[in-house]
Design a protein around this ligand. Structure first.
Ligand code: GLN
Length: 385
């Protein structure tokens, strides 16, 4: 093929391949236990699979409406009202998207213009910045400390300028496994008061919070709701990351703009899956039992590494656990993640790639959304390391 030449630099020319792609590929190549990328290695509920098959057999095989089928949007609004107290209108304030990632991209794309700033809390999940950059926006970082990953709200306030268009938060937080408290949410509410900054809240792990703590959804804070877009994931909640199903909710005026991006990018998402999810949501236990299911897996993982020299704070949410390896080696986290995969057969995610200036705090992220036997096999190896 002849080489394409152009005097223009493509928008994301310098963007590296995502660490999830790199580590999952490396794990496959070396036949390592893949507890890097966040997805379950066990199957979803056969009841849910059967509901999709039913929907297909019933003829729901053509386009769903652009925003998603009404019954699913209504079920989402009902769930939010029940859990967090906010009232969203199914007809104008919900969109079913291709995963939370599309919801996040569509939101950033709808509102962030060239030269506008977006505050991003680091370490940050890797889909925010490319979306900001692709739209000409400027990411402005607030780096969390590496001990307890607590937000410094004074620092956060100091990053707000006339050009701040949006703030992105993520609780439960990937990759640190920390969560925002009620006090955090009130600090945030106060910091944004009197501005017209849009808040994008990535709540993909809303149902995975441990130790009796509660998820502080933006939907619990009426003052925040009016300026916010909440993005959520069916993939993380129902063990169906491969379906790429998610949604976002926002006040009508914001949602109208998000839908303009969604409509002309994907138009609408899988119809039979929307039918199935509508039915499945009728049993609240399908999501309310999730935290205890994953807490057992977190505990199994932590028990498994008791004999190791890794140090940690137990994850409070998400299905990720960070381990600190300063007592074992001083090599970089990227080098160690690769060596663990190639030489020891366990793949993880190095945290520096999510930090400002690739700050390396000697932390690796492990996904415990795995069969118990997978967790045991992995922790046996980590224990000996
Ligand atoms: N959300 C998953 C994680 O954090 C990865 C998804 C992806 O690979 N894009 O590991």
């Amino acid at each position: 093929m002849t080489k394409f030449t152009s005097s223009h630099t493509p928008k994301l020319y310098n963007l590296p391949t995502s660490i999830f792609t790199i580590m999952s590929k490396l794990a496959a190549k070396h036949n390592a236990i893949n507890i890097s990328q966040g997805f379950p290695d066990f199957d979803t509920d056969p009841v849910l699979v059967e509901l999709v098959a039913d929907a297909m057999r019933s003829g729901y095989n053509q386009y769903a409406p652009m925003a998603g089928i009404y019954s699913l949007r209504a079920a989402i609004c009902q769930k939010i009202e029940l859990l967090y107290g906010a009232n969203y209108l199914p007809e104008s304030e919900v969109t079913i998207t291709s995963g939370a990632t599309e919801a996040i991209y569509s939101t950033i794309s709808a509102f962030v213009s060239a030269g506008e700033e977006v505050i991003v809390i680091k370490p940050a999940y890797d889909c925010y910045e490319p979306a900001i950059l692709a739209n000409g926006g400027i990411p402005v970082f607030v780096q969390l400390n590496n001990i307890d990953f607590k937000m410094d709200w004074a620092e956060f306030r100091s990053k707000i300028t006339q050009k701040t268009r949006m703030v992105i938060i993520n609780t439960p937080h990937n990759p640190s496994g920390t969560i925002f408290s009620q006090a955090d949410m009130l600090h945030l509410q106060d910091a944004l008061k009197g501005t017209n900054i849009i808040l994008l809240s990535d709540e993909a792990y809303e149902h995975i919070v441990f130790d009796g703590l509660s998820h502080e959804s933006v939907a619990k804070y009426p003052e925040l709701v009016s300026r916010s877009v909440i993005c959520a994931s069916f993939g993380k909640t129902f063990h169906t990351t491969g379906w790429k199903m998610g949604y976002c909710v926002a006040p009508k005026a914001l949602m109208k703009e998000i839908q303009k991006i969604h409509e002309f990018n994907v138009f609408s998402v899988s119809h039979p899956m929307q039918r199935a999810l509508t039915e499945y949501l009728k049993t609240p236990d399908n999501y309310l039992a999730l935290h205890s299911f994953f807490q057992k897996k977190r505990d199994l993982f932590l028990e498994g590494i008791q004999g190791s020299r890794f140090t940690y704070k137990p994850s409070l949410g998400t299905y990720f656990q960070l381990l600190n390896y300063t007592q074992i080696t001083d090599e970089s986290d990227v080098a160690l993640a690769k060596r663990l995969t190639i030489d020891h057969g366990v793949a993880s995610i190095p945290i520096s790639v999510f930090n400002t200036d690739q700050l390396d705090h000697k932390l690796l992220r492990f996904c415990f959304a795995k069969k118990d036997e997978t967790i045991k096999r992995a922790t046996e190896i980590l224990n000996k390391f």
